[in-house]
Design a binder for this molecule. Sequence first.
Ligand code: HEC
Length: 156
Amino acid sequence: MIIRNLLFGSLAAIFFIGCGDSPSPGANGGKPTINNKTGLIERNFDLAQVKRGEAVYQANCTGCHGQNGEATPDWRKPNPDGKYPPPPLDSSAHAWHHSTEVLKKTILKGTPPEIGSMPAWEGKLTEQQIDDVVVWIKSLWSDEIYDLWYKNFEGK
Ligand code: HEC
């Protein structure tokens, strides 16, 4: 009987934990957590930083990468000069194949003009603005894509 009660007690505890509400965005000091319901990484981004990043993006990047990072549908086809059009930065292309460091470096240094037409933002944007815009880019990704990205680059 005692064993049965203990067993029931621990099952109830597991059930209770399993049904806990996931933290609201920006909770937990911005540290990622695991969503109890989906099992996926929860971003918990600082919403003020996401907003700052969005402003940096709107002021500098929409002309090439689109209003919401969607760019153009034909981004895989090279231009006549052999360079590629700006890729989307959302889940649909490969921005999420890169670590935070590589994304920052791409934005800071751009691509060499003989290879691509991504401008260098070093000296034009502060490091804080670049950190903010990278967080905004990550906020565009779906939960599944962010989860994959996190496990590849941060979760080791
Ligand atoms: C003049 C057009 C142009 C502007 C403006 C521009 N980009 Fe780009 N960006 C590109 C192109 C073109 C590429 C692809 C580079 C290549 O083919 O080498 C690119 C690539 C990138 C990548 C790498 C994506 C990947 O999948 O590897 C990131 C990240 C990025 N841009 C962010 C930004 C941000 C943030 C801004 C604004 C601060 C910005 N870009 C402004 C043209 C632009």
